[in-house]
Design a binder for this molecule. Structure first.
Ligand SMILES: NC(=O)C1=CN([C@@H]2O[C@H](COP(=O)(O)OP(=O)(O)OC[C@H]3O[C@@H](n4cnc5c(N)ncnc54)[C@H](OP(=O)(O)O)[C@@H]3O)[C@@H](O)[C@H]2O)C=CC1
Ligand SMILES: O=C1O[C@H](COP(=O)(O)O)[C@@H](O)[C@H](O)[C@H]1O
Length: 509
């Protein structure tokens, strides 16, 4: 980002050519191409990029996985509508079946890519997307390196590695993964995905803070009483029970999505939106988050697990009844905690974050609640029920921003009641938001790392959650339970009530 005012009074992100952004010639190779992410997210994202002419004619897609599929069977997984508008891409799609431990898989891949460079003009640009379970990451990376595929296919080409989450399962394993990757790939070739950063509304946190003057003066401990971040899902673990048993809410959502949103909301203004300037500020913020002492963890962190619940017509199974889940499982499907940021801007302000599956609403939001006025020139009876001022950033759904404040109730007496001003993406802008994966795939193809996670950000995030995960793993106490379709365990309410506060529950309790 260079921060210049672009045409039409827009501020553009570095390297963001706005509506003209187009991938260069090249090949995307997806490992794990027979899987859920490829079919549900990556192929539709590529289809939309093709449909909106973001991919050149000299663009090819290769799928690699262990399952046996023909090229045609692989092509049939591509969304049908856009396929009609991207015939070149679909006709030329290729599928390679092979084991990730077998060098032959990678020799065949290299031959295919060299053929594309020669015959299809893909210019030696390769992007390897690791959409496999994490245990396959290291063998793939090592065999790519051994086959020389960590190097571009031409002197002017590029070789990039896009890696899905989870990136390690703690700080030590993330460091080891980094070491293995860096034996073949330089850090600037590595694009670690957190799809939340691809959401327009998450990027809007930066627009709101840094493209306006009115918010910056109040964005600090003097005016903000508390901040809450909620990532609530109505879905349970579905078919991903096997994966989730080893992850839990803390690793699945807090370590990545929640801490990324938090970092963007709380970091200092970067000097520019150049990738390293922005990522440096995020790292500094993450470094300022207080490391909890073991003795404090039960006071600042709460976990929970959903039990059977819902309305009688729509009774949902408990977590321990889900497919692939241990009937005695102690994995958390809910996590909440109070974080403290030890820097000048935020000292003393509590940050409450929570996430959970099978909560009553799907909602991701950031709530900044302001301090009460130092003195009210009217009686308490005139402001009965008046809520504190707040700015609510709705990341999803119903994307937008609410400003909550007090306003005079019409009438002869002077009473003040809570009112809101609303900004809605849908009614304000005609433009459609790209899907998160669509945005991030195009960024990676162009080589813009701004919305990807740098190694030190990942390590800092693990530093924050590791002690809590470890404490829970060693704890002999029962895991607090909450009924499906409720707002989490009672202990999470107590976490805030101890501080004289309460959760902002969209739609009420
Ligand atoms: N699905 C989603 O919505 C999201 C997924 N992710 C991440 O993306 C990655 C892929 O997810 P998803 O597609 O759901 O995963 P899948 O479980 O569907 O696995 C993808 C493919 O990987 C192959 N695979 C499975 N087990 C192994 C193994 N032990 N070693 C090597 N290959 C294996 C399988 O193909 P085959 O047997 O043919 O080789 C499978 O089709 C994961 O890292 C996940 O955490 C991140 C965010 C969301
Ligand atoms: O990364 C993940 O995110 C999804 C939630 O993503 P969203 O874009 O629908 O908010 C979550 O369901 C999944 O467990 C997790 O792995």
């Amino acid at each position: 980002m260079n921060g210049d005012l672009g045409p039409g009074n827009e501020i553009r992100i570095n390297g963001d050519g706005g509506d003209d952004r187009k991938a260069p010639p090249g090949v995307v190779v997806i490992f794990g191409a027979s899987g859920d992410l490829t079919e549900r997210k990556l192929m539709p994202a590529l289809a939309r990029l093709a449909q909106f002419k973001r991919l050149p004619d000299e663009f090819r897609l290769v799928g690699v996985a262990r399952s046996h599929l023909s090229d045609d069977e692989f092509r049939q997984r591509f969304p049908t509508g856009p396929a009609a508008e991207a015939p070149g891409l679909v006709e030329n799609m290729r599928y390679l079946s092979g084991d990730y431990d077998d060098p032959d898989t990678f020799h065949r891949l290299r031959d295919l890519l060299e053929g594309f460079d020669k015959d299809a003009g893909t210019a030696g640009n390769r992007m390897f997307y690791l959409a496999t379970p994490p245990q396959a990451f290291v063998p793939i990376i090592e065999n790519l390196t051994a086959a020389g595929l960590n190097q571009p296919g031409s002197p002017t080409g590029s070789a990039r590695l896009v890696i899905e989450k989870p990136y390690g399962h703690d700080e030590a394993s993330a460091r080891k993964l980094d070491e293995r990757i860096h034996q073949g790939f330089e850090e600037d070739q590595v694009f670690r995905i957190d799809h939340y950063l691809g959401k327009d509304t998450v990027q809007n946190v930066m627009a709101l803070r840094f493209a306006n003057t009115i918010f910056q003066p109040i964005w600090n401990r003097t005016w903000i009483d508390q901040v809450q971040i909620t990532v609530a899902e109505t879905l349970g673990v579905g078919t991903r029970g096997g994966f989730y048993e080893h992850a839990g809410a803390m690793r699945d959502i807090v370590q990545n999505h929640v801490l990324q949103v938090l970092a963007l909301a709380l970091m200092e203004p970067p000097a520019s939106f150049a990738p390293e300037a922005l990522r440096n500020e995020k790292v500094k913020l993450l470094q300022s988050i207080r490391h909890p002492a073991d003795g404090d963890i039960d006071r600042i962190a709460v976990r929970g697990q959903y039990t059977r619940g819902g309305t009688s017509g729509d009774l949902m199974p408990g977590y321990r009844e889900e497919q692939g889940v241990d009937p005695l499982s102690r994995t958390e499907t809910y996590a909440a905690m109070r974080l403290d940021v030890d820097n000048w801007r935020w000292a003393g302000v509590p940050f409450y974050v929570r996430t959970g599956k099978r909560l009553p609403r799907r909602v991701t939001e950031v709530v900044l609640q302001f301090t009460r006025p130092p003195h009210l020139p009217i009686s308490a009876a005139q402001v009965t029920g008046l809520q504190p001022d707040a700015l609510i950033l709705r990341i999803q759904p119903d994307e937008g921003i609410t400003l909550r404040f007090g306003a005079k109730v019409p009438g002869h007496s002077f009473r003040v009641r809570t009112a809101t001003m609303e900004f809605s993406y849908e009614s304000t802008f005609r433009e459609e938001s790209p899907e998160a994966y669509e945005r991030l795939l195009l960024d990676a193809l162009i080589g813009d790392p701004t919305l990807f996670i740098r190694s030190d950000e990942v390590l800092q995030s693990w530093r924050i959650v590791d002690p809590i995960i470890e404490h829970w793993a060693n704890s002999k106490g029962r895991i607090p339970l909450y009924e499906a379709s409720s707002w989490g365990p009672d202990e999470a309410d107590q976490l805030l009530s101890r501080d004289g506060r309460a959760w902002h529950n969209p739609g009420g309790r």
